[in-house]
Design a protein around this ligand. Structure first.
Ligand SMILES: N[C@@H](CCC(=O)N[C@@H](CS)C(=O)NCC(=O)O)C(=O)O
Length: 362
């Protein structure tokens, strides 16, 4: 029997992130699909709400959230370390996680539900009605999938914003392709933390869903090749860049993050401040506050101010605060170059933590 069990699915964004990481790390694990029985008796029974991926450790503990899964494994098996040693590379790794986990959900959910709807209902059906006929699977899959489809408008996807979402995603593919011309992975010649986060954003929806996968292979074959290497768990052929260097070719990606995601994070943080005034100590946060304006690919709309993004932002700000003065000067200069100067002084209105698999005030 394998040491670890990962409850996850090939069509799930965050399962792609965890799976690629576990393979790269050389972890002995089996992946168990979230059938209704598993969902009820393992996931909801332990975590309290329906979510994947979930990791069961050899001593029977249940870990949810990809960042916690990675931290758990890094403690159990420190080598090879997923996180770069250099402080600035670490900070950028957390920024990329914030972007990949929280912002690139927008194009992923748009493409899945706009171009791959029938196919994905069929995929949901394979878990919802494993023994059903194709028609029964489709119907069961539709019921299961509609829960996720309901998130699409909350992410700001609308007829008005779709051209901007697609323009922004295609520009990201182009920027990432240009980076991959020079480096095999985000920070050099082997995968690290940021690559795994980006795998979540670029595998299940954008590579594996048929329409979107064809698009990636056509306009960004180098990115498709990187996805294939990541999901295979390839160790890489060398090391990370020395001198804590952040490749210039990553800067356009960070620049897009600062233009598009940072204003939403600032607005969400302001809403946290208001909400926290009346909250009880350690209270659980709502999943979202109000709808808030956002711009992507030059087009504006409104999206929900999602609270989980602030936890990922907190990790990045903690990494920034932990830098030595020399590293900090390097990080500040980089933030100025990418239009992220506001991050230098940004403080979260309240400290957050996950308790009992829920996002709470610390
Ligand atoms: N932040 C979590 C997100 C996990 C997540 O959102 N998983 C999706 C599938 S890819 C899910 O099950 N969502 C259900 C929900 O959000 O209600 C992580 O990094 O693990």
């Amino acid at each position: 029997m394998a040491d670890y069990t990962m409850y996850g699915s090939d069509m799930s964004y965050f399962s792609g992130k965890a799976r690629a990481y576990l393979r790269w790390k050389g972890i002995d694990f089996t992946e168990v699909q979230p059938t209704p029985d598993v969902m009820q008796n393992v996931i909801i029974a332990n975590v309290g709400w329906p979510v994947i991926p979930v990791l069961k450790t050899p001593d029977g503990r249940i870990v949810q959230d990809t960042a916690d899964i990675i931290a758990e494994i890094e403690t159990a098996k420190p080598s090879p370390a997923v996180m770069p040693e250099g402080g600035v590379q670490r900070f950028v790794s957390y920024l990329i996680q914030l972007f990949a986990d929280e912002w690139l959900l927008i194009p992923s959910m748009h493409y899945r539900w706009h171009y791959n709807e029938d196919w994905i209902f069929g995929e949901f059906g394979k878990f919802a009605a494993p023994n059903g006929s194709p028609e029964e699977q489709y119907e069961a899959g539709k019921t299961a999938g509609q829960r996720f489809q309901a998130f699409v408008p909350l992410l700001g996807v609308s007829e008005v914003t779709i051209p901007g979402i697609e323009a922004s995603y295609e520009a990201l593919l182009s920027d990432f392709s240009a980076h991959l011309e020079r480096h095999s992975y985000m920070f050099g010649e082997r995968p690290s933390f940021a690559d795994f986060a980006m795998t979540g954003a670029l595998y299940a929806h954008q590579y594996r869903d048929p329409y979107t996968g064809d698009l990636m292979k056509r306009i960004a074959p180098r990115v498709a090749d990187w996805v294939e290497r990541m999901i295979a768990g390839e160790p890489g052929k060398g090391d990370l860049l020395g001198d804590d260097a952040v490749p210039d070719s990553l800067l356009p990606i960070l620049q897009r993050q600062m233009v598009e995601q940072l204003p939403v994070l600032e607005a969400t943080n302001a809403m946290l401040g208001q909400w926290a005034k009346d909250a009880q100590p350690q209270e659980e946060l709502p999943r979202g506050f109000d709808m808030t304006p956002f711009t992507t690919g030059g087009v504006s709309g409104v999206c929900m101010a999602r609270t989980f993004s602030l936890l990922r932002l907190q990790s990045a700000l903690d990494a920034l605060d932990a830098l030595t003065p020399e590293e900090r000067a390097q990080a500040d200069a980089m933030l100025d170059r990418v239009g992220g100067g506001a991050l230098k002084t940004l403080k979260l209105e309240a400290r957050l933590e996950r308790r009992n698999y829920l996002l709470c005030l610390a």
